[in-house]
Design a protein around this ligand. Sequence first.
Ligand SMILES: [Zn+2]
Length: 214
Amino acid sequence: MKPVTRALIVGLVLLLAGCGLVRQPSMDTEGADSFEDDIRTARTLAEEFWKQQFSQLGQTYRPIADFIPYSGRSGPSCGGEESVPNNAFYCPLGHFIAFDKQWMESLWNEMGDGSVYVIIPHEFGHAVQAQLETRFELNVQAELQADCYAGGTLSALVGSGVLQAQDGDENELLLSLAAAGDPTDDWFNPAAHGTAEQRQASFVIGYRDGVGGC
Ligand SMILES: [Zn+2]
């Protein structure tokens, strides 16, 4: 279980929000679909992407067992650990992804649909790590790889035309990210997710080089 910190989400969402990430074809003049559509689409596209990736390696992707929206503290527990509000997580024990729906929807409202297309692929990144049985010495390494996987997933979807990214002021967005990260840079803290710069850099590597570069 690797909870996503708010810092990461804010940071990466800023990055993507400025790219005007929208699904094609747009359902309305703003290019925005409903929140539910975006959530469903992000899941479907992420799984479709990984299915193809595994297949290219002669392996079979195992779809997640469940995808669970919850409110507040009513979410599923994972290995005896309770769900918390304002979070999204992958649970390796049940091979499922769960997320606080109100929280996710508020990010979607405030920052645009890019938020959903970052958070969901990040959690699928953890699901893939579990399937590949990737071992990490430090939690932060798993988090940074999941960020990288999210970047690789998104660039593949944009590249295939399923998602559309418009030009944004990337430098400005990258600067805003610097303020959004974990204030600590403690790589030995098992709960650490990495600083904004580290997470942003990992995401960008994935976006530029694809998941093979992660
Ligand atoms: Zn994570």
